[in-house]
Design a protein around this ligand. Structure first.
Ligand SMILES: [Zn+2]
Length: 252
């Protein structure tokens, strides 16, 4: 069984990044921010870091990558147009599958990540879908989808392209797929959603949940089923409406 640890970065951007452990103490990391934190966790387990997956080239998603690569002699994977000075060891493209396990499990299945090209936040953006037990389980969405929101298009992005990416994801995602996003913007996103979709009971319910005393952000992942109900960018009826929401959210 693949284990995934969510790490909350100690920065003002509220980055999340993800450490994956296959059954053999081989690790994989998505968008590492703090190399020291990742190193400590892997060393504690006497593990190795096989690969570093990048969703896109923005600094807050690649910051720890080079140091980790050098330390563990691991491979950096990213889109072939990834706009960064870091050398990519393995270019990825739509539908590529990267194995996380060495052997099939008792049910005869390997675990792997499938690459989905998701331009919009940047041109080079990809998401990674985790498939385990022959089923897509969760999506590492980087800055394409956030819980109750989507990424901005300020630094190399295009909201029209992002709209088409969201349409594409609507066709790929199934209800129980969990969203593992690149930042914790959920509260602000829900407040924005409420300003658009004031009568939506699900938004109020989710806001109440995340503001409760027992709530732990790092453990909470929305599902596509919930996103369809609370994420105004998924609910937008057409491109015009999507672009209007993206514009309003920019100054929210
Ligand atoms: Zn970004």
């Amino acid at each position: 069984m693949i284990k995934i640890e969510t790490i909350f970065a100690n920065n003002s951007l509220s980055n999340y990044y993800y450490l994956i452990n296959n059954e053999d103490n081989e690790f994989f990391v998505i968008d590492p921010f703090e190399s020291e934190v990742v190193t400590q966790k892997i060393k504690k387990m006497n593990g190795t870091l096989k690969s570093i997956f990048l969703t896109h080239g923005h600094h807050d998603h690649i910051r720890g990558a080079l140091e980790l690569k050098n330390l563990f002699n691991s491979k950096i994977l990213g889109h072939n147009i990834l706009n960064t000075k870091i050398k990519i060891d393995q270019f990825v493209k739509e539908d590529d599958q990267i194995l996380l396990t060495n052997e099939r499990n008792a049910n005869g299945h390997n675990s792997f990540l499938t690459v989905i090209e998701t331009p919009g936040h940047t041109k080079d953006h990809v998401c990674y879908m985790l498939n385990e037990n022959n089923k897509d389980q969760l999506l590492f969405t980087g800055d394409t989808i956030f819980q109750a929101g989507v990424g901005n298009c300020h630094n190399g992005g295009d909201p029209k392209v992002l709209y088409n990416t969201i349409l594409k994801l609507k066709n790929i995602l199934t209800n129980d797929i969990k969203i593992y996003s690149g930042h914790d913007y959920i509260e602000n996103n829900l407040l924005f959603a409420k300003s658009i979709d004031a009568e939506n009971y699900e938004i109020d319910k989710t806001l109440k949940l995340i503001r409760s005393d027992q709530f732990i952000n790092i453990d909470y992942k929305t599902t596509y089923e919930l996103e369809k109900r609370i994420n105004v960018f998924f609910k937008a009826k057409n491109m015009e409406e999507f672009l209007k929401y993206r514009e309003l959210r920019n100054s929210w």
